[in-house]
Design a protein around this ligand. Structure first.
Ligand code: 5GP
Length: 117
């Protein structure tokens, strides 16, 4: 059953909010974060909606695999394989998730610190 929520990322997928894709395939759309935390800060969202990472354990594993393969391909296409990068998926309130539509952050272009805040 389709969720009734209509987040900003639902509107990006439906085309109601236009974005400039930096990477796209059958499974995902990737675009620059509007509030970048690193020189490269790209969001990758699945075309088939999930609300959260924690939902993935009940989804077909093939779907999850294609999502993460696409995140990897997007990072490669951005030239980040050699210098390195970080993938972040915030989940729920303690995780700092603001948009209830599954998304992976690709962060790169500078030395990232650990641990995160
Ligand atoms: P979260 O905290 O949910 O993991 O991350 C949501 C991210 O989406 C934030 O980094 C925020 O800057 C970004 N964001 C929220 N609304 C928009 C938007 O309308 N366009 C773009 N490009 N990024 C957005």
């Amino acid at each position: 059953m389709q969720h009734s929520v209509n987040t900003v990322f639902d509107k990006i997928i439906s085309g109601d909010i236009p974005v400039e894709p930096v990477f796209e395939n059958d499974d995902v759309l990737a675009f620059n974060d509007m509030n970048p935390q690193a020189p490269v800060h790209v969001l990758v969202i699945p075309k088939k909606r999930s609300s959260r990472f924690s939902e993935l354990s009940s989804k077909p594993v093939e779907e999850t695999g294609r999502f993460f393969a696409a995140v990897s391909a997007a990072a490669s296409s951005l030239g980040l394989d050699s210098p390195g990068y970080r993938i972040v998926v915030n989940n729920g309130s303690d995780g700092g998730q603001e948009v209830e539509y599954l998304h992976a952050h690709i962060l790169g272009g500078r030395q990232l610190k650990w641990p995160p805040g």
